[in-house]
Design a protein around this ligand. Structure first.
Ligand SMILES: [Zn+2]
Ligand SMILES: [Zn+2]
Length: 501
């Protein structure tokens, strides 16, 4: 079936198989093409734009994913998760004379949000959209990590820095799309590798440098075999602690990549699947960055998810999710954002340990709630049926939240990472834009760092560093310093955000 996207006017096709799968959610398949749908979802995921602001409850200075002029109150995460406030106090009756989204927007403007969503975290204050991290810093959408610094969508790692889409790995640095790796730096699209550097599309290799497309070998440099002694000599030359030297090898690595054999897709153990970066999964159609998943279609990022369609950022144990973003250990979720340990949730945001929730925000341990107002189970079921019919009449049923209901501007949301747009194009397409994000450039004096790691003195370690790309200043955390020292790695001259790009 061919349909015209209501957002960009492009024609897109909906397969018979997807139509059947979506029928079980008792919703229409959607009016947007894959790209417009994903952008719409990703506008609900803020990242890399933490800023200082006031907590609207305590008045204290806090770090938040939301700017000071966000159209809703923002609370310190500790206050938000306490009993100091009750989300049901903002409850209201549904008005059948008006569109649902209009009433949802009014609820959005009064219910407080946590400055950062960082669930079950231990000593990891500056992480967002994350679950169960310990001693982590600036991790976005990463779960169950320990000692992980700067990165996104990385799961179950230890002692890693500047790694994205990295799972079950340890002591890795500046890597992306790797799994089950140990001691690898500048590793991309690789699995089950050890102590290797500047590698791409490698599997089961150990002690290899500047190599691509290798399987189950040791002591290779530039795809040529070396003796162990020769290998050690060359390795000492490359990693001598000098920043300039490292840049030389990064350039060499880039040259090597331009000559490598590129697979049409980076899929490993992907059965009956289409898309890219699919690992150990079955029947995943048009999916990107999914691992250990079964029966998904039109998904960006999923881990251990099942029976989910037209959705984004599916955490562990997401099952039967439709047209939603950021779900973790949850079942039967439709058109919602940030749902954790819950089931039967529709048109809601930030719902935890709850079930049978419709059109609500910021709930914990609740059930049978509509627009933050609690009902009996029987009343709830009758009312949800009526609202469904009402939304169908208003042409709202099955649509994800409109873009003007998103809590983030395009350029401060994850949409900008996946589908970068210029301000002009974004605004023309109807997305909000926040100029403040670009203005975060400071006037700090460029701080010259010594070439050799060993020449770094206490002053160098403690002073703010000016990013060589965007001029923003950043500081080296003590945990980060110990990572650099542990790995004899020269200190980065780019800020975490520029390193990510
Ligand atoms: Zn479109
Ligand atoms: Zn920068």
């Amino acid at each position: 079936m061919n349909t015209q996207c209501t957002q960009c006017s492009k024609t897109f096709s909906v397969s018979e198989q997807l139509q059947q799968a979506v029928d079980q959610f008792v919703m229409p398949v959607g009016k947007c093409c894959f790209e417009c749908m994903q952008k719409q979802h990703l506008l609900f995921s803020g990242e890399w734009s933490l800023r200082k602001r006031t907590c609207d409850s305590s008045g204290k200075q806090i770090v938040s994913i939301y700017s000071e002029d966000a159209p809703f109150p923002v609370y310190d995460p500790a206050v938000w998760s306490s009993d100091e406030w009750d989300p049901l106090e903002y409850g209201r009756e549904i008005d059948f004379a008006r569109p649902f989204f209009e009433q949802y927007r009014e609820l959005q403007s009064v219910v407080p949000r946590a400055a950062l969503m960082n669930i079950n975290a231990e000593n990891s204050d500056y992480c967002h959209s994350s679950y169960g991290n310990k001693n982590c810093y600036l991790i976005f959408g990463g779960d169950l990590n320990e000692n992980a610094l700067y990165g996104q969508l990385s799961m179950r790692n230890r002692d890693i820095m500047d790694c994205d889409y990295t799972n079950d790995s340890e002591l890795c640095y500046m890597s992306s799309d790797v799994s089950n790796c140990y001691g690898c730096w500048f590793a991309f699209n690789s699995q089950n590798c050890r102590d290797s550097y500047f590698i791409n599309d490698c599997s089961g290799v150990s002690e290899c440098i500047l190599s691509v497309n290798l399987r189950n070998v040791s002591h290779y440099i530039l795809n040529e075999p070396y003796t162990k002694a020769e290998y050690e000599k060359k390795k000492a030359e490359i990693f001598n602690g000098s920043y300039d030297n490292l840049q030389k090898y990064i350039t060499e690595y880039k040259k090597l990549l331009s000559k490598r054999v590129v697979k049409y897709a980076h899929n490993v153990n992907a059965h009956d699947s289409t898309g890219d970066y699919i690992t150990s999964s079955n029947r995943c159609i048009n999916c990107f960055d999914v691992s250990d998943c079964d029966q998904l279609e039109n998904i960006i990022f999923g881990t251990k998810a099942k029976d989910c369609f037209n959705s984004t950022l599916l955490g562990h144990g997401a099952e039967r999710v439709f047209n939603s973003i950021s779900t973790y250990q949850s079942t039967n979720i439709r058109c919602s954002s940030f749902v954790i340990d819950s089931y039967n949730v529709d048109y809601s945001e930030i719902v935890m340990n709850s079930h049978d929730i419709f059109g609500s925000i910021g709930l914990r341990k609740e059930s049978f709630v509509i627009l933050n107002k609690k009902y009996s189970e029987e009343e709830y079921k009758i009312l949800v049926q009526r609202i469904t019919e009402h939304m169908k009449k208003m042409g709202e049923w099955g649509d994800f939240f409109r873009v003007d209901l998103a809590p983030f501007a395009y350029n401060e949301s994850a949409a900008q990472s996946y589908f970068p747009l210029s301000k002009e194009v974004a605004v023309q397409a109807g997305y909000a834009w926040n100029d403040e994000v670009v203005q975060s450039v400071s006037n700090a004096v460029v701080n010259e760092l010594p070439d050799m790691l060993e020449d770094m003195n206490e002053n160098h370690w403690s002073q703010p560093i000016t990013c060589i790309d965007c001029s923003i200043t950043f500081k080296i955390m003590s945990i980060e310093r110990s990572m650099y020292e542990k790995m004899s790695m020269p200190v980065a001259r780019k800020c975490p955000r520029c390193r990510f790009q």
